[in-house]
Design a protein around this ligand. Structure first.
Ligand code: NAP
Length: 479
């Protein structure tokens, strides 16, 4: 395969450069453990330089016409569309995901540039007479200011573009801090924005090691007015506390523990197809992944048998071999976490119907795994698995399954399969920001993505996504 040169530097004030220490950290291909790049370490000062660059570029970018901002984003969309395979290949190499998952992410992530190119020119406003007739009410939206964007490794492209596109469309300048496992995809996206004509300083990329102190320093800089974070609830909680020091506006896309419910009236084929998508998309390393699969007892045995067949048919191996349907986990550490969770489930009474043992070798592979006989409330039903492990729990009554589905601190997403009317009624009782009815994939740049409870604050995508980067201002004039 034609492999593209990788960018492994910091991007500050419109230029690619080394970190000031000259140090680098390795980026590992989890399919074989090899080092694919040495990425520049950003010092705290480099991170503050990035915020300074964003601060300097902010007035100019805010004053750039919405049409021009939109056209730069549109151009980024076109470049990434043309370079889709090269883009997908970088994701496969540093994240380990299967080729099909990488191509799907390349398409999905690119769409955020198109969607927000269109939203840039539709920022809302109001002009109306006050009810008392004494004044005019003008409501405008202005860019919130310098935005710090922090992203995880599981969707290295989409989590970045879902923040970059609305922030830039809104007129904000940004500092992007990608996960240290997957900085190469982020660097590629940032370079595409440079090639699309984004002025210097509007987007900056930093990769500090260690992460915590440098992020704290940036949050304390004074210029940062927005923190948009996607990652674990644990880190989100820490960042919320830090953001509170300077009352920084936050958007939080955090962890999930998605229930998937198969009601008595479900079409088994539709439910199985949806379950495969909801569980196995991105090898299960998704905040949207079906973590607990509740199946009505009347369908349970047939469902389990067919799910086992479909899971067993998934070939596991390096994502660069395009036929493989399940790639590597992002690291051996992450694979071992999944393995330990399965062992724990077995010790709590689960039966292994398929898989259940890490594939030996230097690659971070874990096979498609099916656990049955799982009790609701055991560790695996309370923990975000983040791997290719399907956990099936039988149920009898609708009230019982709704209670089990809602019995979690998380509320990101849920799936309900059943006869349309009944599935919709159950969907309305689930405490989650998103519910799929008779479908296993919901994500769409044009729809609001986000969670309730400890799964987060705010929404990305849709017409709401850009509002997260805008400050509402009310101006009163005489009538
Ligand atoms: P993570 O450990 O929380 O890391 C996410 C990001 O936060 C990374 O860039 C990481 O940088 C950074 N970080 C870690 N510690 C930090 C600290 N003390 N201060 C500031 N930044 C810090 O999450 P992950 O393991 O990468 O991703 C998996 C999690 O993300 C799962 O819980 C998943 O559900 C969640 N997720 C949620 C959504 C959603 O939309 N709701 C989407 C995708 C993933 P380093 O890599 O340098 O440590």
């Amino acid at each position: 395969m034609d492999t593209k040169p990788l960018i492994a530097d910091l991007f500050i004030a419109g230029a690619w450069r080394e970190g000031s220490s000259g140090d680098r950290f390795p980026v590992i291909d989890p399919a074989d453990g090899s080092v694919i790049a040495q990425f520049a370490v950003a010092s705290e000062q480099d991170c503050l330089d990035a915020v300074n660059a964003a601060e300097q570029a902010a007035p100019g970018w805010a004053a750039t016409s919405p049409r021009t901002r939109g056209e730069i984003l549109r151009s980024a969309f076109e470049i990434l569309t043309r370079e889709k395979e090269a883009f997908a290949e970088i994701m496969v190499r540093e994240n380990g995901k299967a080729w099909g998952d990488a191509m799907a992410e390349a398409g999905y992530s690119t769409e955020f540039f198109r969607w927000f190119a269109e939203e840039a020119v539709r920022i809302p406003g109001e002009f109306r007479l006050a009810p008392g007739g004494d004044k005019r009410i003008i409501v405008t939206h202005e860019p919130i200011g310098v935005s710090l964007l922090i992203t995880p490794w599981n969707f290295p492209a989409a989590m970045a573009t879902r923040k970059l596109a609305p922030a830039l469309a809104a007129g904000c300048t940004v500092v992007l801090k990608p996960a240290s496992e997957t900085p190469l995809t982020a660097a590629y996206v940032v370079d595409v924005l440079r090639r699309a004509g984004l002025p210097a300083g509007v987007v900056n990329l930093v990769t500090p090691v260690p992460t915590g102190p440098a992020v704290t320093a940036m949050l304390r800089h004074g210029a940062v007015r927005k923190l948009s974070f996607t990652g674990s609830t644990e880190v989100g909680r820490v960042l919320l506390a830090q953001a509170s020091e300077s009352i920084i506006n936050t958007s939080m896309e955090l962890g999930g523990n998605a229930p998937l419910i198969v009601l008595k009236g479900a079409d088994l084929d539709v439910a199985l197809e949806g379950t495969m998508a909801a569980k196995m998309r991105n090898g299960g390393s998704a905040c949207t992944s079906a973590n607990r699969i509740y199946v009505h007892r009347s369908l349970h045995d047939a469902f389990v048998e067919e799910l086992r067949t479909r899971l067993a048919a998934m070939t596991t191996g390096p994502g660069l071999v395009r036929e493989n349907k399940l790639g590597a986990l992002v690291s051996v550490k992450e694979r071992d976490k999944v393995a330990a969770l399965v062992d724990q489930a077995v010790s709590e009474g689960a039966q292994v119907a398929l898989g259940g043992r890490a594939i030996p070798g230097s690659g971070a592979f874990y096979p498609p795994t099916l656990l049955t006989g799982v009790e609701h409330g055991t560790t695996i039903t309370r923990t975000e698995i983040f791997g290719p492990v399907a956990v099936v729990v039988p149920f009898d009554e609708i009230d019982e399954v709704v209670e089990m589905a809602n019995d979690t601190d998380f509320g990101l997403i849920a799936y309900v399969f059943g006869e349309d009317g009944e599935a919709l009624r159950v969907a309305q009782r689930i405490q989650a920001g998103m519910v799929g009815v008779n479908r296993g994939v919901l994500s769409d740049p044009a729809a609001p993505f986000g969670g309730m409870k400890q799964s987060g604050l705010g929404r990305e995508g849709g017409s709401h996504g850009i509002l997260e980067f805008l400050e509402e201002k009310y101006i009163a004039t005489s009538a």
